[in-house]
Design a protein. Structure first.
Length: 540
């Protein structure tokens, strides 16, 4: 399928352009990435888009719900309930860390929906004996008020998008008019759960794994979340309740928030950051010493080094020493790999290639029905799980993922060609890609016969200057995230580990590493784009 994108070049502009709920944000030069991490005003003041992961818990909780509205002009029927948590300024770092690591909270679409409903009809807000309440201090009133002329806290409609703006935004996002209205949210979520379970079952039949042909999963083993991090956080929370207050193992170098979840929520972790054969021996030694662990958390393959852990070996240890295995397969995706037989829970960020359009966030957690402690985890999750995946986000996710399989196949093919191009370049010192890594044997154990090696790769230049020149020159979208329908380039270590670059390098993540997420552009066009970027390095 032809695909082209004129990437935005202004600092802070959304990626994709003209998309009000865009997931990524433009950081077009190496200097802009550094300035973003250092909080420089020329970048920070222009950040109007990106991962919506900054919110705030404390001592006061305000429960809000939107009024139910159904009119001739707006036939979308939905309600929303959420909590506003108020806290002192000193608690902001803790609150922000919870929001960032857990991935829980309201999405930008849900916030927009609520603001619109409050402005249209008012909200029932618990009384605080202020802003127009006529009750005497210390007395009881009805408990709720609607904002109006007598309340200073009513929503300022002038701050909301105009009807024309909203109509334009909806047109740009929906493009082909394929979205259902909000009343179909339950059906959209069911379709998503069936799509995920169906694709995993298809992969099971096509996998080379000797234990892949086991009982199929149903949509009831699939749980949906507002973000991928929320699915990992939920897996950790379920493991703690089901398995006890034990440390977990973080196996391999993971996305930063996964390690933070295991570090900050619960008794801590053992970190085997290299995720190689030596790490496997260290894990065995730890278990043989009599140490009990709760779970092994790993990515398959890892981000950004694309290493595949020895899941077959880890599964054998899990059976012997009775710990859970949680695999984040976002980078590999369940069309390319079948990891469920080796895991108790498989987490995914649906924000990435499953969606592709980079305009909605979501996550999933899948239980292995053949796992030894499936019933225990199932009971635990059924008690803990709350569906906080916003209706409109689910509808966009369902629409975006309809052609997931076709997109994945094209991305696999193009990414392999891009990886080969960089591997042959004398400017490049290392190419990290599942096909080229020493851990390929472990990847191939789980690879689906008709699957590929995914759309993500990382490169390290011979010199830092070459990396920076290439990044500034290459004509692709530049910003965080991965798995987008357009190619996205990022100085990964600068963005993810700016305050700990020496530590990251001790685990093989070069501070000047450039990560590339391959999209749907025509293969030869994209290869020429990267050839042109490399050519600039030769002239500087």
């Amino acid at each position: 399928m032809p695909f082209s994108l004129l990437p935005p070049v202004e600092v802070g502009s959304p990626i994709p352009a003209n998309t009000p709920h865009a997931v990524s944000v433009t950081l077009p030069t190496w200097a802009a990435n550094v300035a973003y991490e250092e909080g420089e005003e020329w970048v920070a003041s222009k950040m109007t888009s990106g991962y919506p992961r900054t919110n705030k818990p404390s001592l006061r909780i305000l429960q809000l719900s939107t009024p139910h509205i159904l009119s001739d002009e707006d036939n979308e029927s939905a309600d929303a309930q959420f909590s506003v948590i108020l806290f002192s300024k000193d608690e902001f770092p803790l609150a922000k860390a919870y929001w960032q690591h857990s991935g829980e909270g309201i999405s930008s679409r849900m916030a927009e929906f609520c603001l619109d409903r409050f402005a249209t009809a008012g909200a029932n807000i618990p009384c605080g004996h202020s802003n127009g309440c006529t009750s005497k201090p210390g007395s009881k009133c009805g408990g709720f008020h609607k904002p109006g002329n007598n309340r200073e806290s009513s929503v300022d409609k002038s701050e909301l998008p105009s009807k024309d703006d909203k109509d334009t935004n909806v047109f740009l996002e929906e493009r082909f008019g394929r979205n259902l209205d909000l009343s179909f949210a339950a059906e959209a979520k069911l379709a998503l759960r069936r799509r995920i379970s169906g694709k995993i079952n298809e992969s099971s039949h096509d996998a080379s794994s000797s234990i892949s042909h086991t009982a199929e999963i149903s949509e009831n083993d699939v749980y949906l979340y507002p973000t991928g991090m929320a699915s990992i956080f939920s897996a950790h929370r379920a493991a703690l309740e089901a398995g006890g207050n034990l440390k977990s193992v973080c196996y391999g170098f993971p996305y930063v928030d996964t390690k933070n979840i295991l570090t900050k929520f619960g008794p801590g972790l053992y970190f085997f950051g290299h995720g190689d054969d030596q790490s496997f021996e260290q894990l065995k030694t730890l278990l043989e010493s009599g140490e009990k662990i709760l779970a092994v958390f790993c990515e398959f393959p890892s981000n950004p080094l694309l290493k595949a852990p020895d899941l077959v070996g880890i599964k054998k240890l899990a059976d012997q020493y009775e710990f859970f295995v949680v695999v984040d397969e976002t980078v590999g995706n369940f069309l390319n790999i079948h990891v469920l037989p080796y895991a108790d829970m498989v987490a995914s960020s649906l924000t990435k290639v499953f969606s592709g359009d980079s305009n909605v966030m979501g996550g999933s957690l899948v239980l292995n029905p053949n796992g030894k402690r499936y019933n225990l985890l199932k009971d635990t999750l059924n008690k803990q799980y709350e569906d906080i995946f916003w209706a409109e986000d689910a509808i966009y996710m369902e629409r975006n993922s309809r052609d997931f399989a076709e997109r994945s196949t094209k991305i696999n093919d193009t990414a392999e060609a891009v990886a080969e191009l960089f591997k042959e370049s004398p400017l490049i010192k290392d190419v990290f890609y599942p096909k080229f890594n020493p851990s390929r044997k472990y990847y191939d154990c789980c690879k689906v016969k008709n699957g590929g090696y995914g759309g993500l790769l990382s490169i390290v230049f011979n010199s830092p200057k070459e990396a920076q020149v290439f990044y500034d020159a290459v004509v692709t979208a530049k910003g965080p995230s991965l798995g987008t329908n357009f190619t996205l380039t990022s100085p990964y270590a600068i963005l993810a580990h700016f305050s700990e670059l020496d530590w990251a390098e001790s685990f093989g993540v070069d501070r000047n590493l450039v990560r590339i997420s391959v999209g749907l552009e025509e293969k030869e066009d994209l290869l020429n784009t990267f050839r042109a970027g490399l050519a600039v390095c030769n002239t500087k």
